[in-house]
Ligand binder design. Structure first.
Ligand SMILES: [Zn+2]
Ligand SMILES: [Zn+2]
Length: 842
């Protein structure tokens, strides 16, 4: 495959050589546009016959939207979307709600970065149906590449809404002229731009093996929208037309609002209410006159394009004719206000949609913007709370996205915890860094990369913070460009489980997909089937099977397989490859292709696995109910011994949290709810349940299996599940631990394993009570007394020892006793102490 960049360049030439067959030139000509070529080589369309430049900022001298604003409509931020949606709905587009900004359905990205990302990869690659053939969507997106410029240049953002105009149609329904006309009408009628103010560029787009022409809309040097026509795909034997043609038009809502209002910064145009409240709270009155002169020059402060920030300020001050100090004093607090407001908005969306700040992966970006914003607040000594600013945004956005206000309590709680963590971290980090630097000074060695990763990973210390502190002492610490990639690589290695990774590939590509009986009911454990293939005597493929293969974090079944000869053979492993299930036998098969075999799944094991799997979903739902809506599954495993679920949560679980989760889980077990687990078209499932479905990550395919515990938890899942929650018997949480920043592990048992655990505990309590000669509830204080007596025996002061009175405990007597004696094995420690005391007493 040729690289995208090369394809784009090549195809731009091809398309512009035959404009009529690649662009909506019929519409442009009808509207009176003429085609011209800019000195930069780009072909463009304009109605202004004297226009020589394409209008790209680099060809025509920057943004010019502040003088004599051309837009005839003054639209507020919300109005941009409301007007756009009304107009497109009338033209037959379906108006979609935004997708979450945490992109759980998309395995290639942490956050939704464009409107089309909502439909990638499964809709765009044809694996799933689009929600509608023609649609528009106000998609909130996150991109962190320009974070250092946010607040400074007046236009950069980490979070923005990309308004998408999309089509997903077969070639015979493709109408590029209409798609173009619809967008053209938005700019001329919706935004009210005279056509003299519009310039259109011919361009091309390429990505992921697909490509096509695109048309960019410019006005006054500002790119207002880009309409991409994904039409072709690269192939090994030449290129061809896609079976599904995709329209991908993305347009910045903030830019449209800003352009329409024609003054202030993009932040003032987007969230005026929040800016107003912050200014009032911190007591700043902006110097409006100076700001107005400064704004057109703000882009000179673009961090990416300057080496010396002081010189850049001097240049701006010089051009507008004020002193540098005066300018910075007036402007810098405003930049801080804008940054705080912008970052609070991104955090509001991300946390509402289930993101959590952490040291890992996408969570790191959230922590970084939180700390940048809080840094501004601290530096200026403002009495301003990030959670409160987030709430103001939720209020300002109430009409567009009411869900932000619904979830605001949880969002504010997470931000408050983040504040606490930042304070603690700053204290601890300073001490750790100091000692690291002392070590470097003493050893004269370089900081090892591994150590740098360790500091970041376990202590949450950013490598740049270490490098900065070291630099102050004249020591160079190198931070590789791919530092965060190295960190996540490390986590991937830790996460790899042999159970779900197989390197052996079986030759089963010629086999039909196995009919999966285990989806029908978990108690269907006996079946018959013709043999499809036998590989190396021990690997058997059947037409249908009830044997569950290791997948989705659930262990495989075992059991027996019997051929016409009547000799049973043990099934010791089950593997799925593509849609084909392969049974691994203990002995060579005594049957062949075409024979009918009988399969029997080991019921005890199957039931226990199903109990642990359904219990995993129950614990997930219970944790969400007890801890909050930010809880998502981050990993899970189900074996016969126990179940395990990792959830996203910002703190370690207290004993009280654990008890409440366990109680909630058992409440669902006792209410004996009927589960449903059928195959549902992905589109319908998403519409009915939203993205909560994807607890275990993205699920490919047009149809997905939806495991629904009505009113409690619903997940896309391919495991074996109970028919009713009551069949789990009972659920007991064994322990919980923090396994990574922002992720907590809960281990638990259900069914027989839980009964066994309860019986064992009962026996252990009875044994201890007998051993100590006390009531069961008195065990902890009896242990305290024993410990005191043992110490007296060692000191030889048994004569003065008098046994204290025992009290009853209301808690977990074994755990309390273990804490008193500081041991996991309470009974043998008690025996040892008693023997020592007996010896001392003679
Ligand atoms: Zn140009
Ligand atoms: Zn599951």
């Amino acid at each position: 495959m040729r690289p995208d960049k090369e394809v784009k360049k090549w195809f731009k030439g091809v398309a512009s050589a035959h404009p009529d067959s690649h662009y909506a030139t019929a519409v442009l000509k009808r509207e009176g546009f003429v085609r011209k070529r800019c000195a930069c080589g780009t072909f463009f369309w304009t109605v202004v016959l004297s226009q020589e430049s394409c209008g790209d900022p680099s060809c025509s001298g920057g943004f010019r939207l502040f003088e004599n604003n051309p837009a005839k409509r003054r639209l507020s931020y919300a109005q941009v979307w409301q007007r756009f949606a009304e107009m497109f709905e009338r033209r037959g587009y379906r108006v979609m709600p935004r997708y979450p900004v945490v992109a759980r359905w998309n395995p290639t990205m942490d956050y939704t970065i464009a409107s089309i990302a909502a439909f990638q990869p499964h809709v765009v690659n044809g694996e799933a149906d689009a929600p509608a053939k023609r649609l528009v969507i106000p998609q909130f997106c996150l991109r962190f590449g320009d974070v250092d410029n946010v607040g400074i240049t007046g236009s950069h953002m980490t979070g923005f809404i990309m308004i998408g105009q999309h089509m997903f149609v077969p070639p015979e329904e493709w109408d590029q002229n209409q798609a173009f006309q619809d967008l053209y009408d938005w700019f001329t009628q919706g935004l009210g731009l005279p056509k003299e103010e519009l310039t259109l560029h011919e361009d091309a787009w390429a990505g992921g093996g697909n490509y096509g022409p695109c048309m960019e809309f410019f006005s006054r040097g500002v790119e207002l929208g880009n309409q991409v026509y994904m039409i072709y795909e690269q192939g090994p034997d030449g290129d061809r037309e896609l079976k599904l043609k995709v329209l991908d038009m993305g347009m910045g809502m903030e830019r449209n609002a800003w352009f329409s209002q024609g003054r202030g910064t993009a932040y003032d145009a987007t969230f005026p209410l929040v800016i107003g409240r912050i200014l009032e709270r911190v007591g700043i009155t902006p110097n409006a006159e100076l700001q107005k002169r400064f704004l057109p020059k703000a882009s000179y402060l673009n961090i990416d394009e300057i080496d010396d920030i002081g010189a850049a300020w001097a240049r701006v001050a010089g051009e507008i004719g004020v002193g540098v100090a005066e300018l910075r004093d007036a402007i810098e607090p405003m930049q801080a206000v804008y940054s705080v407001a912008e970052h609070a908005r991104s955090l509001l969306f991300a946390l509402t949609d289930g993101g959590l700040p952490s040291n890992v992966g996408g969570g790191y970006n959230l922590r970084a913007i939180y700390r940048r914003a809080q840094g501004f607040i601290d530096r200026h000594g403002w009495r301003l709370d990030m959670g409160e600013v987030a709430r103001w945004h939720a209020e300002e956005l109430r009409d567009l996205f009411p869900e932000l206000l619904v979830g605001i309590e949880g969002t504010m709680r997470i931000l408050a915890v983040e504040r606490q963590k930042a304070l603690e971290n700053a204290k601890r980090a300073a001490a750790i860094i100091e000692s690291e630097i002392r070590k470097l000074e003493a050893s004269k060695e370089k900081m090892a990369l591994n150590r740098l990763i360790g500091l970041y990973d376990s202590d949450g210390i950013h490598p740049e913070t270490v490098a900065e502190a070291a630099r102050a002492k004249g020591i160079a610490v190198e931070v590789p460009d791919n530092f965060f990639a190295l960190v996540s690589e490390r986590h991937e290695h830790a996460e790899q489980r042999t159970a779900t990774r197989r390197s052996v590939r079986f030759p089963v590509d010629d086999c039909p997909k196995t009919d999966l009986l285990y989806f029908r009911s978990y108690d269907l454990v006996e079946f018959e089937s013709p043999v499809v293939k036998v590989i190396d005597e021990k690997h058997v493929v059947l037409e249908r099977t009830a044997f569950y293969p290791t997948s989705g974090g659930q262990e495989h079944d075992v059991g027996a397989m019997t051929g016409p000869g009547g000799v049973g053979n043990r099934v010791v492993d089950v593997i799925k490859q593509g849609g084909v299930v392969i049974h691994v036998l203990e002995e060579d098969a005594d049957f062949g292709v075409g024979d009918i075999v009988k399969g029997v799944v080991d019921w005890e094991r199957r039931r226990q696995l199903a109990q642990h799997h359904t219990a995993t979903h129950i614990i997930n739902g219970a944790a969400r109910k007890v801890l909050g809506n930010h809880v998502w599954q981050a990993g899970a495993a189900k074996t016969v011994e126990k179940g395990r679920i990792d959830i996203t949560h910002y703190a370690t679980l207290s004993d009280d949290d654990i008890h409440r989760i366990e109680d909630e889980a058992n409440r669902i077990v006792l209410s004996d709810v009927r589960l449903s687990h059928g195959l549902v078209p992905k589109k319908e499932a998403e519409e009915a349940h939203g993205f909560r479905l994807y607890q275990g990550g993205a699920v490919p395919g047009r149809e997905i299996r939806v495991v629904d515990i009505p009113g409690f938890d619903v997940e896309a899942c391919g495991g074996t599940h109970l028919n009713r929650t009551g069949e789990a018997g009972m659920i007991r949480i064994l322990r919980s631990s923090k396994i990574q920043d922002g992720i907590v592990r809960i281990e638990f048992v259900a069914g027989k394993q839980a009964e066994r655990l309860v019986a064992q505990r009962k026996a252990a309590v009875a044994e201890l009570a007998a051993l100590l000669g006390c009531a069961e509830r008195e065990i902890p204080t009896a242990c305290e007394a024993l410990f005191a007596e043992w110490k007296a025996a060692r000191k030889g002061t048994l004569g003065e020892f008098s046994r204290p009175a025992l009290r009853e405990s209301g808690g977990d007597v074994i755990a309390e006793a273990a804490a008193v004696l500081q041991t996991q094995d309470v009974a043998s420690t008690v025996r040892r102490f008693q023997a020592d005391i007996a010896k001392a007493r003679g």
